[in-house]
Design a protein around this ligand. Structure first.
Ligand SMILES: [Zn+2]
Ligand SMILES: [Zn+2]
Length: 448
């Protein structure tokens, strides 16, 4: 039996601010518990050392404004690089599964990065998925986001990609940051049904969450048949988490992980630093490694307080039935959407970076291609914290783009390359693994 890979990168020198929930000691107690229990010495576990992501790895996913260096610290490169390290170990067949216990987190970070949103600058899971696709030719991936906050960054990155299934359950956005993740966010016109959200009422317990896992997430995964299952393993659904209001337990998380059986788990949120994180992380490691976790129990766990409300369970059952139906009808809906006579689908968005207090305006055009998922043109403006007002133009060509979308995307880049309405013009061509940008004022092209 192959071992479970564990990579621990607590980033003890990185914090948003000294009193912020995303601070240095977030993983301190988890580290103590893992080492005290001797988990790393077990034959079922293999420890991995952190890695380093490159600017190219990041540019495969993000348009960082004005450049990658402006949006990250070394800790971000190590955090993302560590997810890649575990991904390599998994793909090379060294481990049966792996868990990257890393920070800074990433799932609120979207395609364009002007700053920090929800404690995230770059998206670790998306960087890993694009790396897996380029390096190993992986096509179909599922990302299951079990953080209490909606994984809005990951959703946005894959909203128009029918080969990456994104499923998120979370505390209802009407009651929690970032406010999104509603039932009707189902993917773009050519990727309809491969974004599935399950907004749960506050105080949902193990019973409710495991019901959704068994009756919605597992059947969808079975039908979608991903080559790799990634878990965005946020632990803030825990009943003691200070930022949210759910009733999930360490046992619940372990059971979830056992059923979901992700190939790679990547840590996201979880801010109950002392009371929940060490137990939940232990539960996940034990479940992944096939170690009996039945004795794992938080000292303050009172089962009587964690009973599911029957009305809430009924509400979850209804949502599960509806989302399963949407997923199963996705191909018919996409075929309908493809028949439109519009060449482009237009969207306008306003994005708020709560940590950095930046407001971004985006205009997006998605090519409604009859052959492929279509390329995207993104015009984005935002005033950074240094007062500078950036206006950028981005061309994003997906890995499975048809030849004409590739050619048209390149000519959009060339056409805009001397347009002084913009500060920067970017090309992200995943089909040819080609990433570049032009600084219009300096008239310099940077090729990554
Ligand atoms: Zn979270
Ligand atoms: Zn096309």
């Amino acid at each position: 039996m192959k071992p479970t890979g564990i990579l621990f990168f607590p980033a003890f020198d990185w914090a948003i601010s000294p009193t912020h929930p995303e601070r240095e000691e977030r993983l301190l107690y988890t580290r103590d518990q893992i080492f005290e229990e001797g988990i790393m010495d077990l034959p079922q576990i293999r420890e991995y050392q952190p890695g380093l992501a490159t600017d190219r790895d990041i540019a495969r996913v993000h348009f960082c404004v004005p450049d990658v260096a402006a949006q990250i610290t070394e800790a971000h490169l190590v955090s993302a690089g560590s997810a890649l390290r575990i991904a390599d170990a998994y793909m090379e067949g060294e481990i049966k599964n792996g868990f990257a216990i890393i920070r800074p987190p990433g799932h609120h970070s979207k395609t364009v990065s002007h700053g920090n949103r929800g404690f995230c600058n770059i998206n670790n899971e998306a960087i890993m998925v694009e790396y897996l696709r380029q390096k190993y030719g992986i096509k179909r991936v599922a990302i299951v986001d079990t953080d209490v906050h909606h994984g809005d960054g990951t959703q946005e990155i894959y909203y128009n990609d029918p080969d990456v299934l994104f499923i998120s359950f979370h505390q209802d956005g009407r009651t929690l940051y970032p406010g999104s993740g509603h039932m009707d966010e189902l993917g773009g016109p050519l990727a309809y049904g491969t974004t599935i959200n399950l907004p749960l009422a506050p105080r949902t317990t193990d019973t409710g969450i495991l019901y959704a896992l068994e009756h919605l997430i597992m059947p969808i995964l079975e039908e979608f048949k991903p080559e790799v299952i990634v878990n965005s393993a946020g632990q803030d659904n825990h009943y003691s988490d200070p930022l949210a209001d759910m009733r999930f337990s360490a046992q619940g998380y372990a059971r979830l992980n056992e059923m979901l059986a992700p190939d790679i788990a990547v840590l996201e949120g979880g801010y109950s630093v002392q009371t929940a994180l060490p137990y939940v992380n232990m539960g996940l490691i034990m479940a992944m490694a096939g170690i009996d976790y039945s004795n794992l129990r938080e000292p303050d766990y009172v089962p009587e307080r964690m009973r599911e409300n029957p009305a809430n369970l009924e509400y979850i059952e209804k949502m599960v039935r509806r989302q399963l139906q949407v997923f199963r009808q996705r191909e018919e809906q996409i075929a309908k959407n493809r028949k439109t006579r519009e060449r482009f689908h237009h969207i306008h968005k306003q994005i708020f970076y709560d940590t950095d207090y930046i407001h971004e305006d985006q205009s997006i055009q998605l090519r409604l291609c009859p052959e492929c998922p279509g390329f995207r043109l993104i015009e984005s403006t935002a005033q950074h914290r240094n007062g500078y007002y950036y206006r950028v133009y981005c061309v994003s060509i997906p890995a499975n783009a048809c030849a004409s979308c590739q050619a048209e995307g390149h000519s959009c880049y060339t056409d805009m390359s001397s347009n002084d309405r913009y500060d920067l013009v970017y090309l992200q061509d995943r089909a040819n693994d080609d990433y570049r940008s032009i600084d219009i004022k300096k008239d310099v092209e940077m090729v990554l």
